[in-house]
Design a binder for this molecule. Structure first.
Ligand code: ARG
Length: 463
């Protein structure tokens, strides 16, 4: 295929160099955004008297036909084209002749591609947002089902204090809610700066109407500096940063799923449909989906790092290096979508083994803080109470007892302030139920968290 820019050259591009230069095999996925952008551009050109109304009608008709034919499979995108922009334009010219050659008036591929990626990300992030809301809903339902399931909370992966399973997993819902909002913020900022009309880098001598184009394409504003308009890929970085943080959350959750489904913990059992077996060990049931989500987190970080590194040394304005943006952002989008699509049903179908959790919670002295608080409420300074309880724990470990089974006489030997009521105070149920501070693991707080998330989801149209 002859290049559109062939006029200046005596020789054709070397075949390997041509393949190396071409981006069609990945930017072809933006065909719809490219055509939409071109339709609006042609409308603007016509409104401004830069092309005639009749020419506009011809271009619009041609572009609609191309779009319909690609979607129906009648037209396949020519992988010999340099990129999607060149393909659409040359196909248009093939169909409508010379008028097609007017489409590229007052624009450049530099502002065109900057626009296409933005339009592409709006759609994809909307879908990712929906997947995130679905996951938040599933976590909330699991929390609702497990409001009374007591487990140990951990610090340093050592048993720490009694909590409910609901409280534990709700923490992930709040992380994911922030992720949802972060992606939305990035999209809003991206949509405040429509680049189209920046042209190659310096703007144009035509009397264009950039604001009209921006509004038609769903933007709230235009980029005010044409050099920035074509050179900016911050929006890709911001969205990939938001994805990276989200993947980090999914990865931490995955890590817990993997631990909890081990024989050592046995806090949950994953559904057969989200686990795999081993080719040699007949007993195995492996949490591969969670492991892959954890693994793919590295891949999304890699996409972000790749683009950050690509951009760091670039002089203004457009440089071909920037063509590398798309594979990074496309891979990040695909990976995030795939991970969420598998992670959510994996969580929805897992079984929570409440009895095992409860049993484990009874074995790690996780009510020791509450025993110290018991003494504090009887007037002892916390540090003194803390020391007493430490000694009691050490004694119990030596005697193979737990705080619940140490006899009252023994307690009294440590301090006369102890009386029979301590046993009720340190029961796991009391420890949880008496947590009254806002945001705590106590039942009122957990209910407030669930109510808050329900309202948030309702506002987003999820019921
Ligand atoms: N395929 C190119 C890219 O993805 C489109 C922009 C090309 N612009 C240029 N001046 N060569 O970045």
């Amino acid at each position: 295929m002859e290049k559109m820019w062939a006029g200046r050259f005596q020789k054709a591009l070397d075949k390997q160099a041509d393949d190396f230069n071409s981006s069609i095999h990945f930017d072809c996925r933006m065909y719809k955004q490219d055509i939409t952008g071109s339709m609006v551009h042609a409308m603007m050109l016509s409104n401004q008297g830069i092309i005639t109304k009749a020419e506009y009608a011809e271009i619009l008709n041609g572009l609609s036909g191309i779009l319909a034919d690609i979607e129906s499979g009648k037209l396949s995108i020519d992988m010999d084209a340099e990129d999607i922009h060149m393909f659409v334009e040359s196909e248009l010219t093939k169909r409508i002749g010379n008028t097609g050659k007017k489409l590229h008036t007052a624009r450049s591929r530099n502002d065109q591609v900057a626009l296409d990626i933005r339009l592409y990300l709006v759609n994809e992030c909307e879908e990712i947002g929906k997947l995130l809301l679905e996951l938040i809903g599933v976590i909330k339902d699991k929390a609702e089902e497990n409001k009374a399931a007591i487990m140990s909370g951990y610090t340093h992966l050592q048993r720490a204090q009694p909590i409910t399973f609901a409280h534990h997993i709700l923490s992930y819902a709040f992380m994911l809610k922030r992720d949802f909002e972060r992606i939305g913020d990035a999209i809003d900022r991206m949509l405040s700066q429509c680049p189209i009309g920046s042209c190659a880098l310096a703007g144009t001598t035509y009397n264009t109407d950039r604001v009209f184009e921006a509004e038609r394409l769903g933007f709230s504003g235009i980029s005010l500096n044409s050099i920035d308009g074509v050179s900016d890929r911050d929006f890709c970085l911001e969205i990939m940063s938001a994805f990276s943080i989200m993947m980090m959350h999914l990865s931490r959750f995955s890590e817990e799923i993997i631990l909890w489904s081990s024989w050592e913990f046995k806090f949950i059992e994953l559904d057969d449909s989200y686990t795999t077996g081993s080719s040699i060990m007949p007993q195995k049931k492996n949490p591969d989906m969670a492991e892959l989500v954890r693994g793919k987190t590295g891949r999304v970080y890699g996409d972000l790092m790749a683009l950050l590194t690509t951009l760091k040394g670039l002089p203004l304005a457009y440089n071909k290096d920037m063509q590398e943006d798309k594979e990074a952002i496309f891979d990040a989008v695909d990976t995030v979508k795939m991970c969420l699509s598998v992670f959510t049903p994996m969580i929805a179908t897992m079984t929570v083994l409440k009895d095992n959790m409860y049993k484990a919670a009874g074995q790690g002295f996780i009510n020791a803080t509450d025993l110290a608080d018991y003494l504090v409420k009887k007037g002892m300074p916390f540090r003194t109470a803390y020391k007493h309880v430490g000694e009691i724990v050490a004694y119990c470990i030596k005697e193979n007892l737990v705080l619940e089974t140490l006899p009252i006489e023994k307690y009294k030997e440590f301090d006369s302030a102890f009386s029979e009521d301590l046993y009720n105070e340190i029961s796991l149920e009391t420890c949880v139920n008496k947590r009254i501070s806002k945001g705590s693991t106590g039942p009122e707080s957990v209910k407030a968290q669930i109510d808050y998330l329900t309202e948030f989801l309702n506002e987003k149209g999820i019921h």
